[in-house]
Design a protein around this ligand. Sequence first.
Ligand code: DX5
Ligand code: ZN
Length: 225
Amino acid sequence: FTEPKIAPSILSADFMNMEKDIREIEEGGAAFIHVDVMDGHFVPNLTLGVPFVAGLKRIANIPLDVHLMISNPLEQLPWYLEHQPDFVTVHFESLDEAAGEVDKAVDMIHDAGCKAAIALKPDCDVEVLRPYISKLEMVLIMSVYPGFSGQSYIEGSDQRVAAVAAMAREAGVDPLIEVDGGLSVNDPTRLVAAAGADVLVAGSGCFKAADRGAAIQAIKATAAK
Ligand code: DX5
Ligand code: ZN
């Protein structure tokens, strides 16, 4: 068992005190800063975009993990890649697989020198990952429908994590498996960690706590149970 990495989602941070909140999670043991980009089209909510990512990159001391919930990612990817986020995640559902767009997106991310991940919504069959698993640094399994923080974990998401872990093992590769949505000091965190999750996203579970460092450590401890 390796201790999972915690990636606080800054969607739940205070946008008017972002640098302060980022220092708190950096000092509190966060592994990555999870950045939820939503365009009001691929998902109903509208959050933050390219200038915000550029600003974060300037001040962050730990890797940026940019989760793109946008339509037409091929068009917009270069704008984000220019700012060199460490991990860039695109949604499988936002790409036209038959037109080769999944490969194209992953190649664009790699050509920019960044690490690539594909995200799946809760109702997307994990089998779609099989052709791509060997070229990904990370897979993102959504445990809520993307769009909002503070939602409840969808039961059975841990089985999807286990299926991805098995698929990676069969392929002889070891991408990070990230899980996003509804994780805090709760049973879902324990379940997904036991199923093989390496990176746990926590939005409200981290930032709604008065002591963010303590919240991060408590989530890690929960995952180890
Ligand atoms: C949902 C986002 C999540 C969200 C997590 O669409 O991708 O990253 O901010 O928030 P919590 O941890 O509160 O579910
Ligand atoms: Zn996210």
